[in-house]
Design a protein around this ligand. Structure first.
Ligand SMILES: [Zn+2]
Ligand SMILES: [Zn+2]
Length: 50
């Protein structure tokens, strides 16, 4: 979790705003998603690639 980089912008900062895909474990910032999310979703979340 510490070394997870955002799959969109490639940065590792802002991990409190980052969510992980439940399928591929890729990280994404909430604001890097399209459409972006206002808050971390509860429960299961999968990226657009999965
Ligand atoms: Zn990002
Ligand atoms: Zn995924």
């Amino acid at each position: 979790w510490d070394d997870v980089a955002c799959n969109v912008c490639g940065r590792q900062d802002g991990e409190e705003r980052m969510i992980l895909c439940d399928e591929c474990d890729c990280g994404f910032h909430l604001e890097c998603l399209r459409p972006k999310l206002a808050e971390i979703p509860r429960g299961r979340w999968v990226c657009w690639g999965c």
